[in-house]
Design a protein. Sequence first.
Length: 179
Amino acid sequence: MSGRWIFLAVALSAIAADQAVKAWVRAALVERESIGSPWPGVFEITLTYNDGIAFGMLRGAGVLLAPIALAIVLVAAIYSFRHSYQGRAIHFAMGALAGGAVGNLIDRLWLGKVTDMFWFRWIDFPVFNVADACITVSAVMMMLVWTFEPKVAPAPQESEPAAELPNAETPQADSRNEA
């Protein structure tokens, strides 16, 4: 599967999973209500809303962040499409980044705030959602790929003729002696 298809498949899957989980939680719970804990005292599914960005920063600025989300999606798509020769991991990461950004953007535009539901109560970690997880995983993947994956140069385009170099074994005519 080419890098472009990986990007698109991961982005669309992230958006679909994020929106499906958010719709389910909004239908099943009222704000601040929790579903029976999968791990009591450790992890809960609790409906909350965030009208800012991660960790509750920039409260009330959610809709104003739409252009930033669109820019992130555009940069991720352009990077993935222009670097199609790179390994699958970077395309997966870019797709997860774009999908997460779009997932939260849909909430911001539709609700004016982002739906969050996953809460690691044991460490009192801020409540987050599938889109947030995708963005975080993509950031970690990008750091790992750009740190440890060997650098790969793009293959030359077939429309660009390679510069012909003289063969070292072929004697070259000396123009000074021919006159």
